[in-house]
Every structure is written in C-alpha cells, then in structure tokens.
Ligand binder design. Sequence first.
Ligand SMILES: NC(=O)c1ccc[n+]([C@@H]2O[C@H](COP(=O)([O-])OP(=O)(O)OC[C@H]3O[C@@H](n4cnc5c(N)ncnc54)[C@H](OP(=O)(O)O)[C@@H]3O)[C@@H](O)[C@H]2O)c1
Length: 239
Amino acid sequence: MKIALIGYGKMGHAIEEIALSRGHHIVCKIDKDNQKDFESEAFRNADVAIEFTTPTVAIQNYRRSFAADVPVVSGTTGWLKHLPEIKDACKNGHTFFYASNFSLGVNIFFALNRYLAKIMDQFPAYDIHMEEVHHIHKLDHPSGTALTLVNDILKEINRKDSWIEGKRDSDKQIEINAIRKDEVPGIHSVSYESEVDSITITHDAKNRKGFALGAVIAAEFTYGKKGFLTMQDMLPFLK
Ligand SMILES: NC(=O)c1ccc[n+]([C@@H]2O[C@H](COP(=O)([O-])OP(=O)(O)OC[C@H]3O[C@@H](n4cnc5c(N)ncnc54)[C@H](OP(=O)(O)O)[C@@H]3O)[C@@H](O)[C@H]2O)c1
C-alpha cells in the first residue's frame, strides 16, 4: 500500500518502521514544516494517510485529507468534540478509522473492562477509581484510552453517572488520576475497592510497537472500505 504519514514524531517513526517491514511504501511524510505537501501528487495518490499529531491540529489534517480524497487512520487523541463533523463527512463518502488505542492488548483490556463492569454493577459495596500514567510530553489528560475505559464503565454501572479528574464531589463520580512521569508509554488501571478487598485490572504498554502495529493493520483493513471505522469493526470478536 502507498501510505502517507501525517505527523512524524514518536508514533510516526514507529509506524514507518512497521509499515516498511510489512512491505508498504511511505510515499509522503507531512510534519509541521511541510504543510504544502497536502497538495502534492504523492499525497493525493496515497491509499491511506496515517495521522498521529496533536489534539489541536488533528481536525484540520482530517479536513485536508478528505479534500484530497485520501482515507485517514488516526490515533491522535483529545479532538473528539469534532467527532460529529467527521461522522457526517463519512456519511458523505469519506473514510476514517479512529481508535483511542490501536494496541491489540489494550483492546483485549477494553473487552475485559466491559465484562468486569457488567459483573460489578451487581456489587455496590465496591467503589471504582482509575489511574493512567504517561510520559511527560503527552498533551491531553485524561488519556483517550482512559476515556474509552471510563465511558464503557459508565454504560454498565448504574450507581455512577460521570467521571472527574482528581478528587470527586459526589459518590456518583468515578475519579481518574492522570499521572505524567518520565518516558512511560502508557499504563491504565481500573480498580474496584470494598472494605474487605480490591480488584484491579491493569494494562502496561512496554513500548510503542503495539500501537504502531495496530495502526498499520488498521490501514490495511481500511483499504477499499468506506465510512467510519473502529477497532470493533476490525476485531468484532472483542465486541
Ligand atoms: N491511538 C493510539 O494507539 C495512540 C498511541 C500513542 C499515541 N497516541 C496519540 O497520538 C498523538 C501523537 O503521539 P506522538 O507520541 O507521536 O507525539 P509526538 O512525538 O509529539 O509527535 C507529533 C508530531 O506531530 C507533528 N505536528 C505538529 N503539528 C502538525 C501538523 N499541523 N501537521 C503535521 N504534523 C504536525 C509534531 O511536530 P513538532 O514536533 O515539530 O511539533 C510531531 O512531530 C498524541 O495525541 C498521542 O496521545 C495515540
């Protein structure tokens, strides 16, 4: 496949390495300083663009890709207020694959989190809290992955109605503690705690390879498809 990279930072580099090892061609790399390449023939002819940039610029990158009729796979987090616009664009013929986390392990963890929440809805003695730890360069908080986890919990647990970062004001809230430390690629924990014990599930990413591999496999999955795609389309057995 002809892949364009939008954003050539930590994830852009990791994706390039995996894409090349799977026989793909990187036809274009767009970073902050060569924005005019959105107009290039190489970009227009790409089969897919893989976008990992920053929360504030992602939406304009999606618009520019759609204008060039290039499908987008994006892992940038922190832009979801624009989701309705992207879903509308997909209804009008564009293609977009979004995952708050592309790693297979995290998506197994998401399934486990949903299953555990269904059980724990029946055990009100347990309170719930979450923690996420990431490297100090991460711009958004809580992480997109933490938001996926907490929103899935809120769908299942009737005694909770919202989340809050830091200390809560009501028993109905789930506290999320977002910690920024060193070069940590990403740790997420969900804990249920009663007076007698605690149950904690944790995903701990050892490096960025799992995210990068998932993004390249998502690009392969996107090829030839139309519309708005997610990991649940790609991994239906984890629904
Ligand atoms: N979904 C997932 O599985 C997953 C996994 C890991 C990370 N993420 C998310 O992916 C995003 C990127 O992470 P990262 O670790 O790769 O960050 P990073 O190392 O900071 O890379 C971001 C890159 O985007 C560039 N950039 C800034 N503005 C741009 C623009 N307008 N057009 C094109 N490129 C632009 C930056 O350039 P400068 O350095 O010159 O500013 C930088 O090279 C973050 O939102 C992160 O939370 C998602």
